[in-house]
Design a protein around this ligand. Structure first.
Ligand code: HEM
Length: 398
């Protein structure tokens, strides 16, 4: 039965595909529910209903053999939270997610609001800035990196390490090879330096060791679990925020709408993530023979879940390439779904929503001067977005 599956030799990790994957996603989505990608020896799911169903069915679509592409990386990262199944996953996630519970994320709000006020005031006052490196990086690089708590001296390094770790989530291409030394440096740092006494007391990293001391997880797991905090907590949100600014610059009428009605902010965040998903894919391995939309796949198949394609599936979202903040796509898949749904999504939403709100107070319109795409194997978005902001006239004094 597998020989009836459409085959495609696209390289989803080529520069062209990273810059503009959407025509490729459309081709794959229309070719069939499952497409065999010969270059990376993967089966791709691109339709919303199939990706969502796979995410909700962890016993069949397992994360325990890794969720990336390269077999070596998948083998070496087995057992971190992202790459595990219940019951181990449940135990790890409960420890990892403790500082990120919704009520604690809400407690972070005043700090995030103060940092947002500061950066928006400064940049909008200047009138022209890089929305990626100066605006979007600010909250993750100040508030979030503080909370992770690797120590002040490692703040800048966190971004470099994280980008490298994302790069090895793809196939063994040039980007992957170039990133490997930094990944090894991080693993060495996590084992030797990111240990109690050298990291911020009571930070998220330190809390992992505290949980180990209470017998809640094996102590030798702690260095690898740092990956679960360091990798996804910064670039994802930075890219999502940058994309949001780019989208509002291209669609001033949507910005106007958001400024008029701030209750649209949570929906705008979802719509930005739907249109430009910063994490385009992860994968799973089938634990048994399984039929997806009439297509039979054998146990052991690696199946890529293309969140970025599913989020633009016209079967789910009419006119899917249209950016519309009144669409209210709360079911978009940019944070995943099910057992592994993003543990940091409340924090990411809070960061993005607060920045948009503060910008809406003072910015009438964004104008893009230039932009540069990020070329990374695991992430998508812009690494630079130079903008000019047109300020709103000061409100008439009453
Ligand atoms: C816009 C920002 C973000 C996006 C788009 C994003 C995306 C994702 C996605 C797609 C997954 C699902 C993985 C899977 O299906 O296998 C995930 C999981 C995860 N995310 Fe995020 N993420 C974001 C922000 C964050 C932040 C701020 C943190 C930490 C503070 C974080 C920590 C994690 C962790 C630890 C997991 C693994 C959860 C598990 O395996 O149970 N993420 N994220």
């Amino acid at each position: 039965m597998t020989d009836t599956i459409p085959v495609d030799d696209v390289d989803l990790f080529s520069d062209e595909a990273r810059i503009d994957p959407y025509p490729i996603y459309e081709r794959l989505r229309e070719a069939g529910p499952v497409v065999r990608l010969t270059r990376q020896d993967l089966y791709a799911l691109t339709r919303y209903a199939d990706v969502r169903a796979a995410l909700m069915d962890w016993p069949t679509f397992s994360s325990a053999k890794g969720v990336f592409v390269d077999p070596g990386v998948n083998a070496s990262l087995e057992g971190i939270t992202l790459c595990s199944d219940p019951p181990e996953h449940t135990m790890l996630r409960s420890v990892l997610g403790r500082p990120l519970r919704p009520e604690l994320s809400r407690e972070m709000a005043p700090r995030i609001e103060a940092a947002a006020d500061h950066i928006v005031g400064e940049l909008v006052g200047r009138g022209r800035f890089d929305a990626a490196t100066e605006l979007a990086e600010h909250l993750p690089m100040t508030v979030v990196s503080d909370l992770v708590g690797l120590g002040e001296g490692h703040r800048g390094k966190m971004l470099e390490w994280a980008a490298a770790i994302w790069d090895v989530q793809g196939p063994a291409n040039e980007r992957f090879t170039a990133a490997m030394p930094l990944v090894e440096e991080f693993l060495g740092f996590a084992a030797e330096e990111a240990v109690p006494g050298k990291i911020v007391p009571d930070g998220w990293a330190d809390q992992l060791y505290q949980a180990a001391d209470r017998g809640e997880l094996p102590r030798d797991k702690c260095p690898a679990l740092m990956l679960d905090y360091v990798t996804p907590s910064l670039d994802t949100t930075i890219l999502a925020t940058t994309s949001a600014i780019a989208l509002f610059a291209q669609h001033p009428e949507q910005w106007h709408r958001l400024r008029e009605d701030r209750s649209l902010i949570p929906h705008a965040v979802n719509e930005c993530l739907r249109i430009e998903s910063p994490v385009p894919q992860f994968s799973r391995v089938l634990t048994e023979d399984h039929t997806i939309d009439g297509v039979a796949l054998p146990a052991g198949s690696r199946v890529a879940l293309l969140y970025g394609a599913a989020n633009r599936d016209p079967r789910k979202y009419p006119d899917p390439d249209r950016f519309d903040i009144t669409r209210r796509p709360s079911d978009q898949l940019a944070f995943g779904r099910g057992e592994h749904v993003c543990i940091g999504m409340n924090l990411a939403r809070l960061e993005m929503g607060t920045l948009l709100d503060r910008l809406a107070d003072v910015v009438e319109r964004f104008e893009v001067v230039s932009s540069r795409p990020l070329l990374n194997n695991g992430l998508r978005g812009l690494e630079s977005l130079e903008v000019i902001v047109h300020r709103s006239p000061a409100p008439a004094s009453s």
